[in-house]
Design a protein around this ligand. Structure first.
Ligand SMILES: [Mn+2]
Length: 357
């Protein structure tokens, strides 16, 4: 035991120092990460989904009595000053703060916005945390951004990080050096996911992260999830009756088409498998990001359930299909749609962790 205790010192510390929040059977929480808000200009990646985010918060999650956790990289301080960001997106900040009336609002910082702890006038300063521990019965969900698992020192040590921010803002940017800082490299992303996976299994908790921009549900990426579902159906097939067999065959055809689409369309998302060992332990969830080309992914905790959802604009996301045959639902007449990509009972998730980890 003691041998393992020092294996993930940064993550152990996040668990020890986390702000404790107790959930009950009626708690609803929206977890959103990686908004990368900028100054509203051309280089602001948040801009293209700002309307979706505004609308989903204002017209869906606020009236739906959700609390809100922003899980890091809310502001893009590698490119913009905090004044230019808060000056541009004031109404979005107002919206964030409104979630207090539904229960709570917390902002966890990531590697792109960690400097805000030092800003005396920052609007969300009193809501800023590094990690949150949700107590769900006897179980724990630990929310943190995820950069703490990086092997790169400048992502984990504040002083180094600060130097890098200054380098990026004043040297790299004017010189046109781009993407110096991204966590999107698939090998690095895999390493981060893997160490959080090991840590979570060892502690028998669920970790909810962001940072890599890759949605994970029960430790599975989209590609892994599709493969997994195909496997399940193949196992069902031999013992199924002839009419069921037709349905299974059709489902497998759909799943295979979606898998193919991942490989033809999804070059940038990184198709490396997220499977870290032979058995899948559902201990890592990732909310993805709010700056996707086609929309916004998020995690919802709704009483005893957890969901990965996707919000998109009608035109952009039209080709999207859910393998659980869930239907996309439009939010009023906004032209914005929400679809449940995956959903499970938290009791099932924790049972698997205790049985398998
Ligand atoms: Mn990050």
């Amino acid at each position: 035991m003691s041998l393992h205790q020092k294996k993930h010192p940064f993550l152990e510390k996040l668990l020890e120092t986390a702000k404790s929040v107790t959930l009950d059977s009626s708690s609803k929480v929206l977890v959103l990460s990686d908004l990368h808000m900028g100054n509203g200009g051309r280089r602001d990646e948040f801009r293209r989904n700002a309307e979706i985010v505004r609308s989903m918060l204002q017209d869906y999650y606020l009236p739906g009595k959700y609390s809100l956790v922003l899980n890091g990289d809310v502001e893009e301080l590698f490119k913009f000053s905090v004044e230019s960001i808060t000056g541009c997106w004031g109404d979005i900040y107002d919206l964030f703060l409104e979630f207090r009336k539904n229960g709570f609002f917390w902002k966890i910082y990531g590697n792109h916005d960690s400097d805000l702890a030092e800003e005396p006038d920052y609007r969300l300063k009193s809501h800023l945390l590094e990690s949150i521990r949700f107590n769900y019965g006897n179980e724990t969900m630990l929310l943190f951004h995820g950069h703490q698992a990086s092997i790169l020192l400048w992502e984990t040590y504040p002083l180094v990080s600060r130097a890098v921010v200054l380098f990026l803002r004043y040297i790299a940017k004017p010189m046109g050096i781009r993407n110096f800082s991204t966590a999107y490299n698939s090998r690095r992303r895999f390493a981060i996911e893997k160490s959080i996976y090991e840590f979570s299994n060892q502690a028998k908790i669920v970790s909810i992260i962001g940072h890599t921009h890759r949605p994970l549900f029960e430790s599975l990426s989209k590609v892994d999830h599709l493969n997994y579902r195909i496997e399940e159906l193949c196992r069902l097939y031999p013992s199924a009756h002839s009419r069921e067999r037709i349905a299974i065959r059709e489902q497998i055809t759909d799943l295979k088409a979606m898998l193919d689409a991942c490989f033809t369309e999804g070059k940038r998302i990184g198709l490396r498998s997220g499977r870290y060992n032979n058995i899948v332990i559902p201990s890592v969830f990732n909310s993805g990001c709010a700056i996707g080309k086609r929309g916004v992914t998020a995690l919802e905790i709704d009483g005893d359930r957890i969901r990965l959802v996707y919000w998109f604009k009608e035109k952009q996301g039209r080709r999207f299909v859910s393998d659980r045959s869930n239907q996309a639902e439009q939010l009023g007449n906004t032209g914005f749609y929400r679809i449940v990509l995956n959903e499970d009972h938290l009791d099932y998730v924790f049972s698997r962790i205790h049985l398998l980890a």
